[in-house]
Write a protein that binds this ligand. Structure first.
Ligand code: GLA
Length: 725
């Protein structure tokens, strides 16, 4: 059993294939973290805890001596009020104004598998779960701290359930999903920051004393900071070294922090951002935190990513579509923007015939009076000015040309100039009478209001239920401001962000169940909501509104730190590129886009015959390599953040097939003898490389490498490998 309780030493051992997490019961039944790292024997590690008096570290009630202080104790779910001055995981406020808590062990249960997290996206199919019940004796409040093990992936999922057993209402003001105390500070914090059209750039800085964090206060996980952080040893590279990493299965306001205290220990925490958050809990109610996903490895950042990828590929979400190759999509956004009508769309659709494209996705502009981005969001009825015969004629035209049909929505939004806003101004997030912000001339619908949830269920079902739609692009093009809900009483206003998220998840869950054949692609101004919460309901997300292949190298490389490549949508767009004005060879654009869920974002009417032939080759190649992108292990080989080029590769789980690309950014004047060393192959096997028409040993390719050819600006090479024996 991967979870063991040793009663003699009162110690819990949580073992995955390569890691162990150890904690024990300490004086007065506090939970004492002992170890998280490479797998070890079940030794008594309580010896590692040094108690020593420290000035200004107070002693808890009943402490045996002046050396016992919660300020010094590494613990699993710290609280506020008992002398631990570091950041707590839990804070509450009782009706008498007291905010004091003292959580001690009450009981534990070891369960097979893993209970679902009601109303929240979560991992399924864990090997086993430890539920540790902690209790504040004075008030009766309980916290059930849950650890679910995914042995093979070296992943532990953590969440907490706060139970109000106090007999009176209380307010939760901070409830994090996980807190980990590490007995070291010699680490670097790695995060993914960005902006619209430049998402998930790598950031790596040494920890310093004090708190450092990444967070969102925007109502969405955001372009600005992804809900992920890793603490890596200074010498950790892609291929070697220690990493403690965490991400959150949540799409709203989050915080991930590392607090280095004066004794050089580090508290690593994550969960819902306590900023502008509180939750009123009636007697006997529970508050359940989102799930945190933690992994440790001593085999470098690439292994960390593979652990996340494997657990997300196999245990996240209930859509049937997740592990199948996705359709090759053509989307009309960059081809037409808002400027289209039936005839123009027919031209585009007809032109796709025979190119190997599977699905045509009609983007923004098909509904209400939507001819620009200033109106009609919320009015999900066809724009008859553009499409007089409705969606049906477009769908029929697609089918005549062998394509299925997909449609863009931005369900969470409302334009001031819309019938919906005119009828229900109180359904938008803002405070009536008070001037409010707009973003892209639009407001956010108040999903904290159940009436809005019901409206969206009906409006979306009406379209999805009456048309042959196999694909939905679900956009979200601004963040929340003016956070006030007309549907919530004063004391519950700080619940708005989390209630919004819970009802958004309820809506997506409803649609997944009602329309299981529909693939939903997430989007938020590109990759502004690229998180595991959304991926639970939507197997892929439009990675960035920057479709330039060279910019995408960094964006896709950064995204791959946490998320499997097939979760990223990447399209070949026109050259010069619309965002960067950069001219990039077709084949490079194809190689970068094929390293993800592939498609096109251009006007096929502008293609030459040669380009059409090239597209036929690309779609045929993608159909061959798509299983590798979906099932394969992903290896980052050369970082675009550090080098003049970028390389990565996919290797099938049985190591029989592989696909690698190298892309040159700017070329170099004096061409050095650059080599590309592959990874993940069987060292003793022989592989044929199609592009080189040669046969090589796995060890030769991994240790000696391939000599890269001379490449000029934005040129690239690919290598398709097949094992011979
Ligand atoms: C966002 C998306 C784009 C496109 C537009 C439509 O910016 O990221 O791909 O759908 O909205 O308005």
């Amino acid at each position: 059993m991967p979870i063991t309780y040793v009663p003699e030493t009162r110690t819990f051992f949580l073992d995955t294939e390569n890691t162990s997490l150890v904690f024990g019961l300490y004086d007065h039944d506090y939970i004492h973290s002992q170890y998280w790292g490479r797998r070890i024997h079940h030794a008594d590690l309580s010896r590692l805890l040094r108690v020593c008096a420290s000035g200004f570290s107070p002693n808890y009630p009943g402490a045996p001596d002046r050396e016992h202080s919660l300020d010094l104790l590494p613990t699993e779910y710290p609280v506020y009020g008992g002398g631990d001055y570091r950041s707590p995981a839990l804070q509450v406020e009782f009706p008498d104004g007291s905010r004091l808590l003292d959580l001690k062990y009450k009981s534990h249960a070891i369960l097979d598998g893993k209970p679902a997290l009601p109303g929240l996206p979560h991992l399924d199919g864990a090997d086993c779960t430890l539920e540790l019940t902690l209790c504040d004796e004075y008030s009766g409040l309980e916290a059930v701290v849950c650890y679910s093990l995914f042995e093979k992936q070296d992943v532990i999922a953590r969440s907490a359930r706060i139970l109000n057993k106090t007999g009176a209402p209380l307010t939760v003001t901070r409830a994090l999903s996980a807190s980990v105390d590490l007995p070291r500070a010699d680490l670097e914090m790695i995060g993914l920051y960005g902006t619209h059209i430049r998402e998930r750039q790598l950031d790596r800085t040494p920890l310093r004393h004090g708190i450092q964090s990444v967070e969102s206060r925007r109502g969405a996980s955001s372009h600005q900071h992804n809900p992920f952080a890793a603490l890596a040893a200074k010498d950790t590279t892609e291929q070697a070294g220690e990493v403690y990493a965490a991400t959150l299965i949540y799409s709203g306001n989050f915080v991930i922090s590392a607090e280095v205290d004066c004794f050089n220990s580090t508290r690593f925490q994550l969960g819902i951002n306590p900023f502008d958050f509180s939750w009123r809990l009636e007697p006997d109610e529970a508050f359940v935190t989102p799930e945190a996903v933690l992994t440790y490895t001593d085999r470098g950042l690439n292994r960390m990513s593979q652990n996340f990828h494997n657990v997300f590929k196999h245990h996240l979400g209930h859509t049937e579509i997740r592990n199948k190759p996705r359709p090759i999509v053509i989307n009309n956004w960059e081809a037409t923007y808002f400027d289209f009508d039936e005839e123009k769309l027919f031209g585009i659709i007809d032109c796709c015939k025979g190119l190997g494209i599977d699905t045509f996705v009609l983007d923004d502009g098909w509904f209400g009076q939507r001819n620009n981005d200033c109106c009609s969001l919320g009015d999900w009825v066809v724009n008859t000015g553009k499409l007089p015969r409705g969606l049906d004629s477009i769908i029929e035209r697609c089918e005549q040309n062998g394509l299925s049909f997909g449609l863009w929505f931005e369900p969470e939004m409302v334009s001031e100039d819309s019938d919906l806003y005119r009828a229900h101004p109180d359904w938008a997030i803002h405070k009536e009478g008070r001037p409010f912000c707009t973003g892209r001339s639009q407001l956010v619908l108040d999903l904290a209001n159940p009436a809005v949830l019901e409206y969206l269920k009906k409006a979306l079902s009406a379209i999805l239920g009456s048309h042959r739609i196999s694909y939905v692009k679900w956009d979200m093009n601004r963040h929340i401001t003016d956070a006030y809900s007309a549907a919530l009483p004063a004391c519950r206003q700080p619940e708005i962000y989390h209630r919004y998220m819970l009802n958004l998840y309820a809506l997506l869950d409803f649609l997944n169940r009602e329309f299981p054949h529909v693939t939903i692609e997430g989007c938020s101004g590109g990759g502004g909501r690229f998180d595991a919460g959304m991926l639970y309901y939507m197997p892929q997300t439009w990675t960035s509104d920057d479709s330039d292949a060279i910019e995408r190298l960094k964006i896709q490389y950064g995204t791959s730190l946490v998320y499997p490549p097939q979760c990223m949508t990447a399209h070949i767009s026109a050259s010069p590129n619309h965002q960067m004005n950069r001219v990039t060879p077709y084949v490079t654009r194809a190689r970068v886009a094929m390293s993800a869920s592939f498609g096109y974002e251009l006007n096929p009417l502008h293609l030459t015959d040669e380009e059409r032939a090239e597209i036929r080759n690309q779609t045929a190649l993608y159909k061959r390599i798509a299983p590798l992108v979906v099932e394969g292990d992903f290896y980052r080989l050369i970082s675009p953040f550090e080098a003049d080029g970028c390389a990565w590769m996919f290797v099938s789980p049985d190591r029989r097939r592989a696909f690698a690309i190298y892309v040159q950014k700017l070329s170099k004047p004096a061409w050095p003898q650059d080599r590309l060393r592959l990874q993940g192959l069987d060292p003793d096997a022989r592989y044929r490389i199609e592009e080189l028409d040669g046969v090589f040993y796995g060890d030769e390719l991994m240790y000696a490498g391939l000599a890269l050819p001379r490449l000029f600006d934005f040129e690239s090479v690919s290598y398709t490998l097949e094992r011979l024996d």
